[in-house]
Design a protein around this ligand. Structure first.
Ligand code: NDP
Ligand code: 8X3
Length: 249
């Protein structure tokens, strides 16, 4: 049975992916900072899959290596890595940007993804198999006003995804990105620092993607035959045509 490590499993896309993977019977390593949420999810999914929870902040390099390196034997052989942890912090013009928000986005979305990947890749190379899915964004394909540093962080994920695929070519490891557009999760609540009303408005007047829609696509990607690698996939809801064109009524 396959073992999957999912970062950002406490909410949104990561949580929905954990749920769908559990139904596939995969062994799961669920990561995130909010340990109580991981424990709740473990309790919910344990009758379908073997679950290990790993609570750490992806920004803490030493902790990332310590936690992933210390996985119990039965979870140490990771077949699938879902690099999903991440968020936007703020939506301000660059001249008004908050440097702590900038640090958070670069440190979590870019450096955190790199640390987790570096902790997981050596064993994949050893066994000459593995599958890494990097969760990018439409914000990694185009830039929108006030999106500046978030878009930069997701453009970096796009570049890392391409580079990772090149560097791991020939080593038996599949690498691909999934780039969602507007998806209704806790994403906007985090972006607007807990302002639920402002966050809710982002998804008013149209049917946004749901976390389960992306999770179902991730399930599809990881269940293709081994010679098939979905390298780069952009998904938007029907109402969205680009980062700035959304049909709202
Ligand atoms: P959520 O806010 O619902 O989930 C974000 C997840 O990331 C949480 O589980 C959170 O866990 C985890 N996370 C955040 N910061 C850290 C950290 N420092 N260390 C460890 N884990 C962390 O948002 P989404 O599900 O929407 O976001 C998931 C991914 O999808 C992100 O990479 C996001 O950029 C991307 N995305 C989202 C879109 C959207 O419109 N929603 C569209 C395109 C891409 P915890 O807080 O418990 O640590
Ligand atoms: C999340 C989608 O458009 O808010 O990556 O940047 S968007």
């Amino acid at each position: 049975m396959k073992t999957a490590l999912i970062t950002g499993a406490t909410s949104g896309i990561g949580k929905a992916t954990a749920e769908i993977f559990a139904r596939e019977g995969f062994n799961l390593i669920l990561c995130g900072r909010r340990k109580e949420r991981l424990e709740e999810l473990k309790a919910k999914l344990s009758d379908m899959a073997k679950i290990e929870i790993l609570s750490f902040d992806v920004r803490r390099k030493e902790e990332v290596f310590h936690k992933i390196g210390g996985l119990p034997e039965e979870f140490s052989n990771i077949d699938i890595l879902i690099n999903n942890a991440g968020n936007a912090h703020g939506l301000d013009p660059i001249q008004e940007g908050n440097t702590e928000d900038w640090d958070a986005m670069i440190d979590i979305n870019v450096k955190g993804l790199l640390y987790v990947s570096k902790a997981v890749i050596p064993k994949m190379i050893e066994k000459k198999s593995g599958h890494i899915i990097n969760i990018g964004s439409t914000a990694g394909k185009e830039v929108y006003p006030n999106g500046n540093v978030y878009c930069a962080s997701k453009h970096a994920v796009d570049a890392i995804n391409q580079g990772m695929r090149m560097d791991l070519n020939g080593l038996g490891i599949r690498v691909g990105a999934i780039n969602p557009g507007l998806t209704q999760t806790e994403f906007s609540e985090v972006r607007f620092k807990g302002d639920k009303e402002k966050a809710g408005k982002v998804y008013e007047g149209f049917k946004a993607l749901q976390a389960e829609d992306i999770a179902d696509i991730i399930r599809f990607v990881v269940t293709r035959p081994y010679h098939v690698n979905i390298a780069d996939l952009t998904v938007m809801c029907t109402a969205q045509a680009s980062s700035t064109i959304v049909d709202k009524n």
